[in-house]
Design a protein around this ligand. Structure first.
Ligand code: SF4
Length: 88
């Protein structure tokens, strides 16, 4: 499984396909739709309900992009393997 780094302010991991997922935990308001769009990738942690990455390869890329689009405050940032930001 890909390595996930979670600190107070972000949760970040790179998928096997090279796409990097970052959740800005300072912004996250625990709204939850990300964990519905990509339930095996994002997990709302018990302590504060913020979304951390549980398994970056848990869902197809399209579901991860859908999760990012569903976030009301755009706290999920997706970059491709060249480092180009594809969302938001
Ligand atoms: S949708 Fe956005 S605000 Fe809601 S839990 Fe996920 S990252 Fe946080």
């Amino acid at each position: 499984m890909s390595k996930v780094t979670t600190t107070d302010s972000l949760s970040q991991a790179t998928r096997q396909d090279g796409y990097q997922i970052t959740v800005d935990l300072d912004k996250c308001i625990s709204a939850g739709p990300c964990s519905i769009a990509a339930p095996l990738t994002f997990l709302l942690r018990d302590s504060d309900g913020k979304a951390i990455i549980s398994d970056p390869d848990g869902d197809p890329l399209e579901s991860v992009l859908e999760a990012a689009r569903s976030c009301p405050i755009l706290a999920i940032i997706i970059k491709d393997k060249t480092g180009h930001q594809v969302f938001p």
